[in-house]
Design a protein around this ligand. Structure first.
Ligand code: PA5
Length: 463
């Protein structure tokens, strides 16, 4: 199992800036027990948005995903994922972590005949045009993913690509499209029905940022040969562990409570996610969205205006030791840093013993593997010297099983801390607001009133 080490947030290590963890666990044990019990009790109830807790048990979807991947195997050189936010970040983070680094640059043989994978989760015309210049669309399977079926970024990308596919392939263009969307609602569902695309469903009551283990994440991952059965095994084992209502045995509850108390009692409202592994770089992007969209809320459940905001930040070890760590050590003491460490990398790289200089010969004969973890240790100790709370999550290896555990643990941690803050972690009114303004600005029917108001506000910027 993955491990959580929170000793560097304790008063024993960082004094008054830290927490009396044992006392806090004792004090909050009944509250945590109540939260976990309620989450499990409510997970099947419509409208609670807790269906993500059931995704490890959705055998039917897993079966259809694997069947589809097997059916199209060998037919495409590329998978192109169109989606944004929760519809892209999970699969992007997991594929980056689980595929061999530089996957898209490997030749077909080294990819074992599996396709390359590209994520377009932005609407930068230069980037999209450049990608379309290098991709052979005839040999590309396009997975368009949007729960609402109408997100402007995703649907505009899709409209551009669908037209090109049609021009290239005539009626056969449909074979290059797979749509993942709501089972009934939304324009993409309507379009898919009319045009006859292969489709997968974003289940009811699963929000975008909690959807990585639904078809949203599993389809693209399976298409590039990632072992979805191992992912499911990882979710299930973690789910089982996290059903334990005893905080001393539940790492998601522990990490949720520690972050909550560090924020509320010690003013550490910034959560820095810092994996010491290049392959885990996008795990931070996924975490940042999960934390920010779930926990940044104006009102609590009792309608009190609270402007809740534990702010997430992404960092990367060892790279950001040479940029952000100065701030984390000596700047405002308002952060809790989470390191993700990997015990055993897939490969080993020795540093040759080729220079006699005393400033270099200590490196020779050692491995880069040892260096990266020594740097993680050194950074953690330095933070403690400065009395900065930090937490380490350790993965035995980077593989499907452990990453599924990690992602599921973060989801549960977010759900639990959401309850501690007494907020709805599953809505995103702030995101919807900007989406609606975009619709209005682009002239979507029904948004005329917002358009007038917006034009007035925008004229203030330009004057
Ligand atoms: O987590 C969320 O709910 C959001 O980030 C959505 O995933 C994002 O806005 C994309 O929405 P949709 O899947 O409807 O295109």
């Amino acid at each position: 199992m993955i491990k959580l080490n929170y000793s560097n947030v304790t008063t024993q290590i960082i004094g008054d800036e830290g927490l009396d963890v044992e006392k806090s666990f004792l004090e909050y044990a009944p509250k945590i027990q109540e939260i976990i019990t309620n989450l499990n009790m409510n997970k099947d109830k419509p409208g609670f948005w807790l269906q993500w807790m059931n995704l490890g048990y959705n055998e039917e979807t897993v079966w259809y995903v694997k069947e589809f991947a097997a059916m199209v195997e060998g037919r495409f050189d590329n998978v192109l994922v169109l989606g944004i936010g929760g519809s892209a970040l999970g699969a992007k983070a997991l594929s980056e972590a689980l595929l061999k680094p530089y996957w898209n640059l490997l030749d077909k043989e080294k990819r074992e005949n599996l396709p390359r994978i590209f994520f377009v989760d932005n609407i930068d015309p230069d980037e999209i045009n450049a990608l379309l210049d290098v991709l052979d669309l005839k040999k590309t399977l396009v997975n368009v993913i949007t729960k609402s079926g109408s997100t402007a970024e995703t649907m505009s990308q899709f409209m551009i690509i669908q037209e090109r596919l049609k021009n290239l392939l005539g009626d056969d263009y449909r074979k290059n499209i797979v749509a993942t969307t709501d089972k009934q609602a939304g324009i993409l569902r309507q379009l898919a029905n009319e045009e006859g695309y292969k489709t997968f469903v974003v289940p009811d009551d699963v929000g975008g940022r909690f959807s990585v283990f639904s078809a949203v994440g599993l389809v693209p991952l399976a298409l590039v040969g990632i072992d979805v059965d191992e992912i499911i095994r990882g979710i299930k084992i973690m789910d089982l562990t996290l059903k334990n209502t005893d905080i001393t045995k539940n790492i998601a509850a522990q990490n949720a409570l520690l972050h909550y108390l560090l924020d509320r009692e010690k003013g550490k409202y910034i959560s820095v996610m810092m994996p010491y592994s290049q392959r885990l770089k996008y795990v931070s992007d996924w975490y940042v969205q999960l934390w920010a969209e779930s926990l940044g809320k104006e009102y609590d459940r009792n309608n009190n205006k609270i402007n809740n905001g534990p702010t997430p930040i992404k960092a990367l070890g060892a790279t950001d030791q040479h940029s952000q760590i100065q701030l984390y050590n000596e700047g405002k003491n308002d952060k809790v840093i989470t390191f993700i460490r990997v015990n055993e990398f897939d490969s080993e790289l020795q540093i040759p013993n080729i220079f006699e200089y005393t400033g270099l010969n200590y490196l020779g004969g050692k491995s880069i593997n040892r260096l990266i973890n020594a740097e993680a240790d050194a950074t953690a100790v330095a933070l403690c010297d400065y009395k900065r709370p930090n937490i380490t999550i350790t993965l035995p290896k980077i593989n499907e099983y452990y990453l599924a555990q990690l992602f599921y643990m973060f989801e549960m941690q977010t759900a639990i801390i959401g309850e501690l803050y007494n907020i709805n972690a599953y809505n995103q009114p702030g995101v919807e607001q900007a989406k609606n303004y975009t619709y209005a600005l682009m002239g979507r029917l029904g948004y005329e009133e917002s358009k007038e108001e917006l034009d007035m506000k925008l004229s203030r910027f330009s004057s």
